[in-house]
Design a protein around this ligand. Sequence first.
Ligand SMILES: O=C(O)C(=O)C[C@H](O)C(=O)CO
Ligand code: ZN
Length: 276
Amino acid sequence: MDIRYATSPTEIGSMDTDALRDRFLVEDLFTPGEVSVTYSHQDRVVLVGAVPTDRPLGLVAPAELRAEHFLSRREIGIVNVGAAGTVTVDGAAYELIHGACLYVGRGAEHVTFASSDTAEPARFYGFSAPAHTAYPTTLVRPGEGNVRELGEQSTSNRRTLNQYIHADGVRSCQVVMGVTTLHEGSMWNTMPAHTHDRRMEAYLYFDLPDEARVLHLMGEPTQTRHVVIANEQAVISPSWSVHSGVGTSAYSFVWAMAGENQSFDDMDHVQVTELR
Ligand SMILES: O=C(O)C(=O)C[C@H](O)C(=O)CO
Ligand SMILES: [Zn+2]
């Protein structure tokens, strides 16, 4: 299992490009026929990528979890960023089309991923956090979440944010999750930027053309660094780090958080003019 240790803000000043990428960027989550798992010590979040091809794939607990089942002490939010597929949770099948989200609560024992058409596989992205109790497994189809329209065309940041798992929607212990889609011609996400000292966050960029990239901004607001990110790569953002990006093309991203609270609007806003 890929392990990423937690990072202090004092550490990143001396990191070069490769060190930043090794610590924060998750490049290979989606391998056909495999389930890939990255364990982050930032709030003990686990990122999962599953690409089922000719047979279903199971979500198995890595040895490092010291758990009988992956979800023995955890919950997970799953978004399908590929073609249609099915997630089966203890015998109940949920169909996820592109952009749909499934919350699976603590205690589920057998979770499997399958593609509806093996020639065009589903690509499941999971964000899992420790959970203290069991909330019901719930499917949210694209557009069924709480929608927020953000930004302006004139500042190239017009985007639609869908909240799926959140305090006023699908209930969870820690995970807050949704999808934001940039409108055509808009390139900036989360600008003006913010931090949230009470939660870490991870972004998975998707629906980005192969030849395009997102320049993702991270670090303390007055000590920013950038990471160049390709389609279907995830980036881990500690609670002290801004997380904003500009694409060379429109794109979507799954954002997901875990930590001290679930209050989406509990953000420490940063003015554009404060960034360095
Ligand atoms: O486009 C945005 O702005 C976002 O999607 C922001 C994320 O949801 C986020 O950073 C929540 O804290
Ligand atoms: Zn955020």
